[in-house]
Design a protein around this ligand. Sequence first.
Ligand code: CAA
Length: 304
Amino acid sequence: MSVAHGIRKLGVLGAGQMGTGIALVAALRAKVPVLLHDRSSEQVAKGLSLVDKLLAKDVGKGRLTSEQAKEARDRITVVGKEEGIKGLRDVDMVVEAVSESLPLKQAIFSEFAAELRPDAILASNTSSISITKIAASAIPKDVSAASEAGKKIAERVVGLHFFNPVPVMVLLVHQLAEDTYTLWNDPARLLLRVAKAEVTVSKDVPGFVSNALLMPFINEAIMHLEKGIATREDIDTTLKLGMNHPMGPLQLADFIGLDTCLAIQKTLYEGTGDSKYRPSILLERMVDAQWFGRKNGKGFYEYP
Ligand code: CAA
């Protein structure tokens, strides 16, 4: 397959905080041209303005010259909503970074398989959803998953889990689908140039280590608040100053997004049936109230 030589063009679907970060580090550190697509042009504008801000900060700090920043910025091209996923048709690899919803990801991967090159790698930045389920959705209805053709399509699907803020966090996690599906190491390696450390999770279990461990921790902090055991500040300060965490768990939940935390917790709970993953009622109510955390100004804290 031609892609084994590396990625000449990368697609990123979703211009939220994760997709924007992935597009930036790929353009800046892996120096690959990136096609960035989101169905919301407002989201793209927001994402690009963050890219510009981060590049300008690096120039200001003397880490990049203005030319290097401009070169990186010029490597990112927006694919508009009129063109849709079709606009990504000539990429060697695409990374999907949309919200944590299985039906949404299934629809996207089925469209990827129909519209993208047959040798393109299809990666998902999912934080909890099974890669096997996502891979299966890339197989057209009229192709048997057990056939060679079906397996070939599914083998193109990999999980590449980045952490927020992508430009700062050094880790990239590979997630493998079930045994029948293999990870294509070469393209994943290329994207590893954007990270500094990697781990591989070789069982397709909900949460892929990171969120399987993080979410019960965050949820327990929310339950402590719910039960009135301590204030939000005291819970966060305990973990920040007592355990040297960069952020307290409630601040981190706001940072990740409360809607995202809830979606991950639901996937973990549904996928395992284990009560330690059951979302707290307070988190459910906050998301019902549309308090999504930092991204829209209100969560456990306010962000004017
Ligand atoms: N995007 C890009 N860069 C950002 C950023 C953002 N949203 N927020 C902060 N930064 C950068 C700053 O620009 C600064 O960069 P420089 O060193 O180049 O100046 C650097 O991060 C440090 O920022 P600050 O000094 O302003 O603040 P800080 O020291 O408090 O660090 C932080 C901020 C890096 C976010 C730190 O608090 C931290 O590491 N928090 C924990 C983050 C974390 O755990 N992320 C994983 C979440 S889980 C996940 O993503 C997976 C999932 O599936 C849910």
